[in-house]
Ligand binder design. Structure first.
Ligand SMILES: Nc1ncnc2c1ncn2[C@@H]1O[C@H](COP(=O)(O)OP(=O)(O)OP(=O)(O)O)[C@@H](O)[C@H]1O
Length: 576
């Protein structure tokens, strides 16, 4: 046995790019990408991706060069997930909701050689390029026109921005549909560079290799139980951690990618009905949007043997929101991941036989837990910050979630200190874990549940309060649309919970005192928000997460609460 091991036949680099060739063979005539009325087949998509890869090479792009995309979920965005790395380059998807200054910082940091831009974001890119230092070589710019939208709908492309060519012209004039794509020399070669959402600090450049993307893609299909030939609606931005790996996953499954430029409840319900969508992904804000959509925006879900399946992740989904979405007829699955894990690596694996019998509220409570490691993940643990040892499985003791597995990042680009801080030993004798910065508890049944991000935990009189737990209760209030709870300084307790709420409907009257009294009946006294502030909307990151640091600053600016005094920041409120 000792002499057996890796050999030339069994060690060819793992890469998800080969999924496309297989899809073209197996599903060649089946629809691959649908946008408005136009559909491509898998063999056409393969040829277009090869055209894209060869065109990039002809422009001088070579191995490890960074190529950026500033695109919504249009067909070119899908093609970039194969075509860009097939040229040997590293795909950098830039979040389209960032401001020009941040886009400029990312372009500079990544050293991007070329940017594909949608007309809607050409002013944003132009401004970002103008902010680059004069000695920074500007990237080439390729405009991705959208023949399905009226030109007047877009802002004019800035006249002074140098556009090299358009996407279609590039493919037509320089593309070779039978190009021998640039295979990775090693499965550890970098393939994508994604910047984190910047929820807690400045965005960090996460690099993933071909191997990691290969593993997470297959793992995600298995853990969500995706069947062959799903119809997948792109409600999750592909720029968000590469759409949790599903661009590559749809090639494995031979799925139909239904592209959507804009995500609002009306468009989503309409697309579901028109294309008979079977699967979609989205952060909990998407569930909230679907669940709270006005009657006029809704359309009946397709009838058939299977329900429309939604996979949610990215932020804690409150049980009340899960319950409401399922009551509409969707089948919701819940997962957890970070940009650093390339996709979802923990999922609330559903024990159908046992749990389907439970009442709806209990099912929603169980589903709000993040769950267990996916089959492809090696190990997950929750460790005590001081001792580094696993916390007891009591559903109460909090610790930091740590991970190990093949889809973890190679590290942060040009940031060794951050890489070393995130990937280290637990201090309890074991080496090599990724520290997520998320605080959770382990339940007796081995399912974990996130209580907070370490920076969001509220410490009141020495007690750790999970803002997520308080929010979960507030979401149960009939008038509440969205809730976020942060720490407010307190003269006696150190910190107390401060709730920021947006309300569901116009004309709903509810006072801070009523919310506080309502909370008091449903949670321990020390967890009850001492301050309630009403806002029309809560501030969100570009990936739809509530920006708690913004709220924390607001709470801090209100000044400390005083002993025995419940301060209500908003008074009576009816939503405008
Ligand atoms: N199912 C989930 N439940 C609760 N939180 C989740 C879930 N899925 C993801 N998250 C949160 O999202 C985080 C990962 O998000 P992402 O990689 O997009 O960047 P970010 O952490 O929001 O930004 P930054 O690292 O720049 O602050 C996780 O660390 C976790 O806090």
């Amino acid at each position: 046995m000792d002499k057996l091991g890796p050999n030339a036949a069994n060690s060819c680099p793992l890469t998800p790019l080969g999924f496309l060739e297989r899809a073209a063979t197996v599903y060649g005539d089946c629809p691959s990408v649908v946008y408005h009325g136009a559909a491509s087949t898998w063999s056409q998509t393969r040829r277009r991706c090869l055209r894209l890869a060869s065109a990039l090479v002809s422009l001088g792009i070579s191995r490890r060069d960074v190529v950026s995309v500033l695109l919504p979920n249009v067909p070119a965005m899908y093609e970039a997930h194969f075509g860009v790395p097939m040229s040997g380059a590293v795909l950098n998807s830039i979040n389209t909701r960032l401001d020009a200054r941040t886009v400029s910082v990312l372009l500079r940091h990544s050293g991007s050689k070329l940017v594909f831009v949608d007309p809607a974001f050409s002013p944003l890119l132009h401004e970002a390029l103008c902010l680059l230092p004069p000695d920074h070589p500007p990237p080439l710019v390729i405009l991705v026109e959208d023949p399905h939208e009226k030109k007047e709908q877009f802002p004019p492309v800035p006249a002074s921005m140098a556009i090299s060519t358009t996407y279609e012209r590039l493919l037509e004039e320089r593309g070779d549909p039978e190009f021998a794509w640039v295979r990775p020399e090693s499965e550890w070669d970098p393939m994508v560079l994604n910047y984190t959402s910047g929820t807690t600090s400045a965005p960090k450049g996460v690099v993933h290799c071909h191997r990691a993307i290969f593993l997470v893609t297959l793992d995600s299909l298995v853990s969500w139980g995706v069947p062959e030939r799903p119809t997948y609606l792109w409600t999750l931005p592909m720029f968000h951690a590469n759409g949790w790996s599903f661009p590559w996953g749809m090639a494995v499954a031979g799925g139909t990618n239904v592209c959507l430029r804009r995500v609002d409840a009306r468009e989503v319900y309409a697309a579901i009905a028109q294309h008979r969508v079977s699967h979609l992904c989205g952060a909990p804000v998407v569930l909230n949007m679907l669940a709270n959509a006005p009657e006029s925006a809704r359309r009946p879900l397709p009838e058939g043997a299977h329900k429309v399946r939604i996979l949610t992740a990215g932020a804690p989904p409150p049980a009340a929101v899960l319950g409401r979405t399922e009551a509409l007829g969707f089948d919701v699955s819940h997962g957890y991941g970070l940009t650093e894990t390339a996709g979802l690596v923990i999922s609330c694996a559903w024990k159908g036989d046992q749990w389907n019998k439970l009442p709806a509220s209990e099912r929603a409570r169980l589903k709000a837990r993040q769950g267990v490691r996916t089959p492809g993940m090696a190990e997950v643990d929750i460790v005590d910050a001081v001792t580094g040892r696993s916390v007891p499985r009591d559903g109460a003791t909090m610790g930091e979630i740590v991970l190990r597995g093949g889809c973890l990042t190679l590290g942060y680009y040009k940031d060794e200190a951050a890489t070393r801080a995130a990937i280290r030993g637990t201090g309890a004798g074991e080496e090599g874990w990724f520290y997520t910065g998320d605080v959770g508890v382990m339940h007796p049944d081995g399912y974990l549940e996130i209580r907070d991000r370490s920076k969001d935990v509220i410490i009141s009189g020495g007690e750790n309060i999970s803002s997520v737990e308080v929010e979960a209760v507030l979401y149960g209030h009939p008038a509440v649309d969205e809730a976020a709870v942060v720490a407010r300084p307190d003269e006696f307790w150190g910190e107390t919970p401060c709730a920021f709420l947006s309300l569901k409907k116009k004309g709903v009257n509810v006072t801070a005192e009523e919310v506080i009294a309502w909370s008091r009946e449903r949670m321990a006294g020390y967890m009850v928000p001492k301050t309630v502030v009403f806002r029309d909307e809560l501030p969100k990151t570009s990936t739809g997460k509530v920006q708690k640091f913004v709220l924390r600053n607001m709470a801090s600016e209100m000044g400390p609460t005083r002993r025995g005094v419940s301060v209500s920041g908003g008074g009576t409120r009816s939503k405008m």
